[in-house]
Ligand binder design. Structure first.
Ligand SMILES: [Zn+2]
Length: 491
């Protein structure tokens, strides 16, 4: 266990950096709000999940046994968060004429595929809302029984005013209930609710609603905030260590989670609330509606007009890690080009340290440097400072390579191990940028055969040229002769 001084975490609830003290020594329970699977995963969401993947990795690196729960919202997330809105997944299913679970399956696969390319570690548990309807109904019963909710016309609402008499609604987002009430717009479902601030725990399903479950209050579906309370309590307990999510979830989602938990268990559910900041593109908010938007896959292929080339997932990951998770990060072609340069420099150093000659002394304070790397991460997971420290080592490695500095064998091994731990284990980068993958090799081989076939034809050796073409065809590689020369395609 390498607990080099204590870890400090910025807690959104207290607004302060606090020393991290887990409830059970050596163990961490962490819950992160996952995606609503009704469309392709957004790059901004990837940044949020990547921040928590880095935090998960660092906690594991420190020796903690971490139970990391990240849910899949496959029901109950209402459009516009308005209580009378339509379920996002049901709406998408209707538009695409699919079964709701077909929508869920398609976008869950997309989500996992993108995260895998970004080299995410899988969470310990990835529960779904639809898989926990019974737990959610039990939580509602509990809240009703404690008097913090009421039933109206087949729906159940959380009574915010009642809760606020004994607890503090708005403490996470720093809002006051009185201000919230005056700022609320009119909602059509409002007449069912005692107050516009009340939120749905259970919504009655109208006859046309396709995602529905039986409940003590009639057929319906759970409110979106409820699943996280039900699942985090089930897997991590009534109070657990870390709850994370995007900044945009602070209100109302996380505020409602706190209210639901405190109402049902009487306990504050989370000791450390962490919020990751957003990603902008070319200085503007990313949004599908304005077109200022990019899919992760488009970056990997370069297939978007804002990009001059493709960028590997590790370069994008490095780009994201160069910013602190609580800061806004702006994506642009220039920023990605700069990150690629930095990433390549880092990978070159990882390679070249293997072959540097060691000497009898070191003019690099390896112990001090290693401590600085830990200090950066222990200061609320400060990855930009960590990366700057990693480049101190890169600089020294390059000096040793040029014969301008020295490193003992022991120090070389310590630098190598530390670089490896932080670059690959903690930051989650992969050294795959050398673009010598199999498809490039295949193209090279086929180009060579095309060249040999051309030579054979020039020499009127048609037996050889036909043999090359026919055997490639048998292997599923079609040659096409045109004015510009011969091209090939794979069938
Ligand atoms: Zn949540």
């Amino acid at each position: 266990m390498q607990l080099q001084q204590s870890l400090k975490i910025y807690n959104s609830l207290s607004g302060k950096k606090e020393i991290f003290r887990p409830i059970n020594k050596g163990h961490v329970g962490m819950y992160v709000c996952g995606p609503t699977v009704y469309s392709n995963v957004h790059l901004g969401n990837c940044r949020t999940f990547m921040s928590f993947d880095m935090i998960f990795r660092y906690l594991k690196h420190l020796g903690y046994k971490v139970r990391y729960v990240r849910n899949i919202t496959d029901a109950g997330h209402l459009v516009d968060d308005a209580e009378d809105g339509e379920d996002k997944i049901a709406k998408k299913a209707r538009l695409e004429q699919l079964e709701p679970m077909e929508v869920v399956q398609r976008y869950t696969v997309d989500f996992h595929n993108i995260l895998q390319q970004f080299n995410f570690l899988p969470p310990s548990i990835e529960p779904t809302a639809t898989g926990h309807i019974i737990e959610q109904i039990e939580t509602i019963k509990d809240i009703l029984q404690k008097g913090y909710a009421y039933e109206a016309n087949g729906s159940v609402y959380f009574d915010v005013a009642k809760f606020n008499e004994t607890n503090e609604y708005g403490k996470l987002s720093g809002r006051k209930l009185e201000d919230m009430i005056t700022n609320t717009r009119e909602l059509t479902a409002q007449e069912e609710k005692k107050s516009p601030q009340d939120f749905a725990l259970w919504k009655k399903a109208e006859p046309q609603h396709i995602m529905r479950w039986p409940s003590p209050w009639g057929d319906g579906f759970p409110g979106w905030h409820l699943e996280c309370t039900a699942m985090s309590t089930k897997y991590l307990g009534e109070t657990f260590d870390i709850h994370g999510g995007g900044m945009d979830l602070k209100f109302p989602h996380h505020e409602c989670e706190i209210a639901q938990s405190e109402a049902s268990t009487g306990q504050s559910p989370v000791n450390y609330w962490l919020h990751a900041n957003m990603l902008t593109m070319n200085g503007k908010k990313m949004a599908k509606s304005t077109g200022n938007n990019i899919l992760p896959g488009e970056i990997f292929t370069g297939d978007n007009e804002i990009l001059s080339k493709a960028f590997s997932p590790s370069v994008v990951r490095f780009f994201m890690m160069q910013a602190h998770y609580t800061s806004i990060l702006d994506l642009s072609n220039d920023a990605l080009l700069a990150s690629e340069k930095g990433f390549n420099k880092l990978m070159d150093a990882v390679e070249s340290i293997k072959n540097i000659e060691t000497g009898g002394k070191s003019d690099f304070d390896v112990t001090g440097w290693k401590q600085q790397c830990y200090d950066a991460m222990n200061d609320n997971f400060n990855t930009p400072i960590l990366i700057a420290k990693l480049f101190d080592a890169v600089k020294h490695i390059n000096l040793v390579k040029e014969g301008k500095a020295t490193l003992t064998q022991e120090d070389k091994e310590a630098v190598q191990a530390t670089l490896h731990a932080f670059i690959f284990d903690v930051l989650g980068l992969e050294n795959k940028n050398d673009s010598t993958d199999d498809s490039d090799k295949l193209s090279g081989v086929v180009e060579l055969l095309i060249e040999l076939r051309k030579e054979a034809r020039n020499n009127k050796d048609f037996a050889t040229s036909d043999k090359i073409r026919d055997q490639l065809t048998d292997m599923g590689i079609q040659l096409k002769d045109g004015k510009e020369g011969t091209t090939f395609s794979l069938s």
